[in-house]
Design a protein around this ligand. Structure first.
Ligand SMILES: Cc1cc2nc3c(=O)[nH]c(=O)nc-3n(C[C@H](O)[C@H](O)[C@H](O)COP(=O)(O)OP(=O)(O)OC[C@H]3O[C@@H](n4cnc5c(N)ncnc54)[C@H](O)[C@@H]3O)c2cc1C
Length: 376
């Protein structure tokens, strides 16, 4: 049977794409090497930040606002929370360039954003300790996404809508010809008119020329009582320390506050190098600078996990067609900040499969942008 659309990698973006394309009336085959949601990719660990006033670049804002609408729609299909509007507090030195871009994004797109100086921060959240030169930019409409719940829901909805799903089945090659695309798997070859390559960290095993570097990352849960919970209006947060290191974190749930460091990590080249939390020196101590300086009331490490970022040289996504294969779209290189966009990226992939242009400016995400040209 020939499909309209094959999704190679049905994790965050692929699960959304499979659902939207099936709902659009296409004959879709979703394939994955594992059975999403799972812990081998980049979407596990329960939660992801959803920020709107985007510090990585204001050109992300139209995408993130559409993503938020789609998250709301998804919530209607799920009895458990997919998105929780906890608010997100961005903390850092007053001259932080990340915070400057957050403020610029909010003003350019008229997003609600509160600016607090150090004294106002300490007054509003007594649990937070900041130096006098710090500010906080608080986004009341931002919050927390439940990543595995979202992936599970998209996969269920796609299946119920009639999508074919082939899991625990790695794709070993993508070939083109006869006006379509074919994939090779242990179960045989499958063909379609269009294809999405959304294989996350290990995308280069299928298309080696992509400028994507796998990086092992860890995050962990620390003892944090009700003062750090949403019931006490404690928000999700990003925090830049005086040495420039960037952390993120979530309100405590069941007396455990999850946090991780955004920069750093270990560059790896094979999946088995992503050793579990605790097996790399420094895993357990990575968050101590944040906890000592900003959240002194948080206690010891309870448990942690390892995950992977798929980094591009400039930290921006790759959303393009594969060079020489115009029937294949690639969405990858999400560089540790892509989950919040999974919904809208899935919708963009669906439009590609339907032969419709995307209404978004995707130029910053092209493979031939200057920052990637040298690396390709
Ligand atoms: C520790 C950590 C914290 C993060 N925090 C945030 C955050 O707060 N906010 C945010 O927005 N983002 C965050 N991210 C980033 C976000 O989670 C990722 O960008 C996103 O999940 C990546 O989606 P993806 O679809 O590219 O990859 P995945 O969800 O990993 O999906 C890729 C899929 O491809 C499959 N696959 C791989 N190879 C093959 C093959 N050969 N054949 C078939 N299938 C294959 C895999 O099994 C997997 O299911 C974080 C990431 C990490 C690791």
């Amino acid at each position: 049977m020939e499909y309209d659309f094959i999704v190679v990698g049905s994790g965050s973006v692929g699960a959304a794409a499979g659902y939207y394309a099936t709902r659009a009336g296409l004959r879709v085959l979703m394939i994955d090497a594992a059975h999403p949601p799972h812990k081998q990719g980049s979407h596990h660990g329960t939660t992801r930040l959803m920020r709107h006033a985007y510090g990585e670049g204001e050109y992300y804002v139209p995408l993130v606002l559409r993503a938020q609408q789609l998250w709301r729609e998804l919530q209607a299909h799920c009895s458990e929370p997919v998105f929780d509007k906890t608010g997100v507090l961005n903390l850092g030195p007053a001259d932080s360039s990340f915070l400057a871009t957050v403020a610029h994004s909010a003003s350019r797109w008229s997003l609600p954003l509160e600016r607090l100086d150090a004294a106002q921060l300490r007054q509003r959240w007594g649990q937070i300790s900041v130096p006098d030169n710090y500010i906080g930019l608080y986004e009341p409409d931002a919050g927390v996404l439940y990543s595995e719940k979202a992936v599970e829901t998209w996969i269920r909805l796609a299946r119920e809508a009639g999508c074919a799903q082939l899991f625990n089945c790695p794709v070993s090659a993508i070939n083109t010809g006869d006006g379509g695309v074919a994939v090779t798997t242990p179960e045989g070859e499958y063909r379609a008119r269009k294809l999405l390559l959304s294989a996350g960290t290990w995308v280069k095993t299928l298309y080696p020329r992509l400028p994507v570097t796998p990086v092992r990352k860890v995050f962990a849960w620390y003892q944090g009582d009700g003062r750090f919970a949403t019931t006490n209006h404690f928000p999700a947060f990003t925090a830049e320390l005086p040495d420039g290191s960037q952390f993120y974190g979530f309100p405590a749930e069941n007396d455990a506050l999850k946090t991780g460091k955004h920069n750093g990590g270990q560059v790896i080249s094979r999946p088995e190098q992503r050793v579990p939390f605790g097996q790399h020196p420094g895993d357990g101590a990575e968050a101590f600078p944040l906890l000592r300086q900003i959240l002194p009331g948080i206690g010891g490490c309870l448990f942690g996990e390892a995950c992977t970022y798929d980094n591009t040289p400039d930290g921006n996504f790759i959303v393009d067609t594969l060079p020489g294969i115009p029937e294949a779209m690639v969405i990858t290189g999400l560089s540790g900040h892509g989950f919040k966009f999974a919904s809208v990226l899935g919708e963009i992939a669906c439009q590609f499969a339907c032969g419709q242009p995307s209404g978004f400016d995707l130029a910053p995400f092209r493979l031939d942008r200057p920052a990637l040209r040298a690396a390709c």
